[in-house]
Design a protein around this ligand. Structure first.
Ligand code: NAD
Length: 489
């Protein structure tokens, strides 16, 4: 069994307690590594290292050097695509082809924010009094705590690390306890790139322990969280107690709306992309497929047929299109949600049970489609995070919009129509942070991404995000030779 240790102050080492937890490969079902379990002493050491490191002028006042380091890190991610992708597959069971693509794109995030590191410019402001001079400075916010989920660990890590470090902060990362190893391998690249000790640290362990300890640390200035709604609420409460800044990227229950005037075959591909790729384990999943009644039955048959063609198997095999569910608790949760959907009256059209793949140890679930779904059912309201589609019929545009917005989430949405005016109307009417028209699922370092309503607070991606990792200080100068009387009106 391999061993993975904490990464603090540019050194790998065990937790102070010497404790480890085991991590399982979701395809083989076997434990293959042990990972250090951080406690209070380790979290404190990591946060203090970060706090010390970012105080150095050679880091916070050196934008050109920071940019160069981030570019170097991007280069290292690029030359290590295969190694990182394999680590991700071993951790979360997503397919090697998806993970290779993700790793190539991950490098771009470091390049993009490297380009912004030396373009952080303050402002000179007009004043009402000609004897006063006022300007602003942007400063790093402080130590950032990044908490990550298991579904796309290194990609989502880049969304936080790249802008946080470009802005001159230091970071302590707590990856998911199910997928810690890829982040620790990435830490080797951070060290190789030449970042000063303490700028990037990794503490591994359970959310309620290492995660909660990190949230509660008084030297953490900002929490950047991606994960589920329940943990997100706890993190937000902890941040509020200590008046910390917080950004939250949470769950979704996106509506993928198919109008009768859509290009049928493209819409079928888009609906299947939305819910069955990554075995549905994506916050962007188009898990509610809203289909206009006139094409409903034909559409359901077509997505079921295409879904069945998705080749399930060893995620390391480049021919595999659908991998296993990433974790055992998640696998059990999905099967329970399927039973719950049947119990509340949704009709199972296809799938709905575990799939026997390979040696039968992997956590596979068949692409599953429910029809006759009422949007008030739990099936349509709760995020399942698995290959389970809820198909809902609608009659007209107004009804589609009403159903799409009748959810507490607001992360993403899809619209399929060849009527350009309708496409604009519906995209504007859907209450979600990202809308895709006539395709599904695209994010980029160039564009802001983030949820509305219970899907979160804040954005990731795009140039403005660097300001979420900065604080603006207003500096006033008096230019008059004499300070005016304290009692003048
Ligand atoms: P999760 O909420 O269970 O865990 C996320 C992280 O939070 C883990 O590192 C966990 O250890 C930690 N955590 C849990 N409780 C904590 C606590 N009390 N204090 C501090 N940290 C704590 O989520 P998950 O199951 O790992 O990931 C799936 C969820 O992530 C889904 O809901 C999905 O929609 C969401 N997600 C959102 C986005 C997005 O960009 N909006 C992207 C990917 C995943």
């Amino acid at each position: 069994m391999e061993t993975f240790d904490l990464f603090i102050d540019n050194e790998f080492g065990p937790a102070a307690s010497g404790a480890y937890f085991e991590t399982e490969n979701p395809y083989t079902g076997k434990s293959w590594a042990r990972v250090a379990s951080a406690g209070a002493e380790d979290v404190d050491r990591a946060v203090c290292a970060a706090h010390r490191a970012m105080a150095a002028k050679s880091w916070r006042a050196a934008p050109v050097e920071r940019a160069a380091l981030l570019r170097k890190l991007g280069d290292l991610v690029k030359t290590n695509v295969e190694r990182l992708a394999v680590a991700e597959v071993r951790d979360n069971g997503k397919t090697i082809s998806e993970m290779r693509g993700q790793m190539r794109n991950t490098a771009e995030w470091y390049y993009y924010y490297a380009g912004l590191a030396d373009k952080i410019e303050g402002r000179v402001l007009p004043t009402e009094n000609p004897d006063l001079f006022n300007f602003t400075l942007y400063e790093p916010v402080g130590v950032v705590a990044a908490i990550l989920p298991w579904n796309s660990p290194l990609r989502l890590l880049a969304w936080k690390v790249a802008p946080a470090l470009a802005a001159g902060n230091a970071i302590v990362v707590k990856p998911s306890e199910f997928t810690s190893t890829s982040t620790l391998i990435f830490a080797e690249l951070v060290k190789e790139a030449g970042f000063p000790a303490g700028i990037f640290n990794v503490v591994t362990g359970a959310g309620a322990e290492a995660g909660a300890l990190l949230m509660a640390h008084s030297l953490v200035a900002k929490v950047a969280f991606t994960g589920g709604e329940a943990a997100g609420q706890k993190v937000y409460e902890a941040a509020a107690r200590d008046i910390k800044l917080a950004s939250l990227e949470l769950g979704g229950k996106a509506a993928n709306i198919i109008f009768e005037d859509a290009d049928f075959d493209n819409a079928v591909r888009g609906a299947v992309t939305g819910i069955f790729t990554s075995a549905g384990q994506s916050c962007t999943a188009g898990s509610r497929i809203l289909v206009q009644r006139s094409i409903h039955d034909r559409f359901v048959e077509a997505i079921a047929a295409l879904g069945r063609k998705g080749r399930m198997g060893d995620p390391m095999d480049p021919a595999t299109e659908i991998g296993p569910i990433a974790t055992r608790p998640q696998y059990e949760r999905i099967l329970k949600a399927i039973e719950g959907a049947k119990a509340e009256g949704a009709r199972l059209h296809s799938g709905g049970k575990p799939a026997e793949i390979g040696e039968g140890m992997g956590l596979f679930i068949e692409p599953t489609i429910f029809v006759d779904v009422d949007n008030r059912m739990r099936l349509a309201q709760e995020e399942i995070f698995g290959p389970v589609a809820a198909v809902i019929a609608f009659d007209d545009e107004g009804e589609a919009i009403r159903i799409a917005n009748d959810t507490r989430y607001g992360l993403t949405g899809g619209v399929w129509t060849q009527n350009i005016a309708r496409a604009h109307r519906v995209a504007a009417a859907i209450d979600a942070g990202t809308i895709w028209v006539n395709f599904y699922r695209q994010t980029s370092q160039l564009s802001p991404y983030g949820g509305f309503k219970h899907s979160g607070i804040g954005k990731e991606g795009g140039s403005q995000v660097i300001h979420d990792y900065l604080r603006e200080k207003s500096v006033w100068f008096n230019l008059a030779p004499q300070v005016r009387s304290p009692f003048a009106g």
